[in-house]
Design a protein around this ligand. Structure first.
Ligand code: NAP
Length: 284
C-alpha cells in the first residue's frame, strides 16, 4: 500500500525558483529495501551544488535532494529482517532524504544508539563523517600541527576544525568576515576568502602541515603554496586538475558506512557539540 508523503523536488537545475515541495505517495519498499519515516534530513553545501548542477556525476533533474537522514523504520521490504519496525536508523542516502518517507537499501542503514540526540546525529552522517575522513583517516592530524581549512564556517569546515582541535592541532581557515568572531571564539584563526592575505600569513608562519580544500582548480595551487616543506593537502570533492603533478596531494571522498559508525562512536565518547545553523520544516 502506498504511503502519502511530502518531498522537496528540484524540477530543473538552477536557482531557488526551481525548488518546490510536493505531495506525493511512496510505494511499498521493494526487495532488500526498508521504508524509513524521516525525522531529520541534512542540508548543506552539497545540496546547493546539486541544485546548481555542479556536483560531480550528479542526477539530472527532476530529483529529490537530501544526502542524509535519521528516521524510524516503518516497513520492511521482501528479504529485510535486520531492523524491527520502530528502530531508529541513519543513512547516507546521497539523494531522496528531504522527504517524509524514503525507501532505502537495508545494507546502507546503520542503527542509531539509544539516547542519541537525533538532530545532532543527522549532522554526523554526511558533514562529520566527511570531516572525520579528512582529518582523522586521511590527514592523520596530530598534536602541534598547523592545519588550514577552506570554508571553516561551513558544515564540513566547522566539523574539520573541531576534529583537528580535538587532536591538538592549531587551526586556521577562510570564511566571511561576519563569521570571524564565532570562529575566534572557538579558538581558530579566521581569514577572509575575499582577499588572498591568508597566503602570505601562512607562509610567514612556516606553512601548514595540512590543508583541507573543497574548492579545487585555482585554489589547489594556492593551497599548495601554503604547505610547509613536509605538508600535505587534501582535496574534498572536485578532482584537482594538477593531482598527478603533486606527490603530496591526497584526494578523498569519505562517504561510507564505516566512517558514519565511527563518527557516531566519536560523538558518544567525546560528547562533541554538533552545530546546526537553522531548522526548516517541510511544508507543502
Ligand atoms: N556537507 C558534506 O557532507 C560534504 C561532503 C563532501 C563534500 N562536500 C563539499 O564541500 C564543500 C563545502 O560543503 P559544506 O556542506 O561545508 O558547505 P557550506 O556549509 O555551505 O559551507 C560553505 C563554506 O564555504 C565558504 N565560502 C563561501 N564562498 C566561498 C568562496 N568564494 N571562497 C571560499 N570559501 C567560500 C563559506 O563561508 P561563509 O559562510 O563564512 O561565507 C562556508 O564556510 C562543497 O563543495 C560540498 O559539495 C560537502
Amino acid at each position: 500500500m502506498s504511503t502519502p508523503s511530502r518531498q522537496v523536488v528540484i524540477t530543473a537545475l538552477g536557482d531557488l525558483s526551481n525548488l518546490s515541495i510536493v505531495r506525493t505517495t511512496i510505494p511499498d519498499p521493494p526487495k532488500d529495501q526498508v521504508q524509513v519515516r524521516s525525522f531529520y534530513s541534512g542540508f548543506s553545501g552539497t545540496d546547493i551544488n546539486m541544485r546548481l548542477g555542479r556536483y560531480p556525476m550528479q542526477k539530472k533533474a527532476p530529483f529529490t535532494p537530501g544526502y542524509s537522514l535519521v528516521g524510524k523504520v516503518v516497513k520492511n521490504g521482501p528479504g529485510c529482517s535486520q531492523f524491527r519496525l520502530g528502530d531508529i536508523v541513519a543513512c547516507l542516502t546521497v539523494y531522496d532524504a528531504q522527504s517524509d518517507y524514503a525507501n532505502l537499501p537495508q545494507k546502507y542503514l546503520i542503527p542509531v544508539p539509544e539516547g542519541t540526540d537525533l538532530q545532532q546525529a543527522t549532522a554526523l552522517i554526511a558533514d562529520w563523517s566527511t570531516a572525520y575522513g579528512l582529518a582523522i583517516n586521511t590527514g592523520r592530524v596530530s598534536s602541534g600541527q598547523k592545519v588550514f581549512v577552506h570554508g571553516i564556517s561551513g558544515a564540513v569546515g566547522y566539523a574539520t576544525m573541531v576534529l583537528c582541535q580535538s587532536q591538538g592541532a592549531e587551526v586556521y581557515g577562510t570564511c566571511s568576515e561576519k563569521n570571524f568572531a564565532a570562529i575566534e571564539k572557538l579558538g581558530a584563526t579566521p581569514f577572509a576568502y575575499t582577499d588572498k592575505n591568508w597566503i602570505q600569513s601562512l607562509q610567514s608562519l612556516g606553512g601548514a602541515d595540512l590543508v583541507f580544500d573543497p574548492l579545487g582548480f585555482e585554489s589547489w595551487d594556492e593551497s599548495y603554496s601554503i604547505l610547509s616543506p613536509t605538508g600535505h593537502s587534501a582535496g574534498l570533492w572536485r578532482q584537482p586538475r594538477h593531482l598527478n603533478r603533486s606527490s603530496r596531494a591526497i584526494s578523498t571522498l569519505a562517504h561510507h558506512q564505516a566512517t558514519s559508525q565511527k563518527s557516531v562512536l566519536l560523538q558518544e565518547e567525546d560528547n562533541l557539540l554538533l552545530y546546526h545553523k537553522r531548522q526548516y520544516e517541510l511544508q507543502a
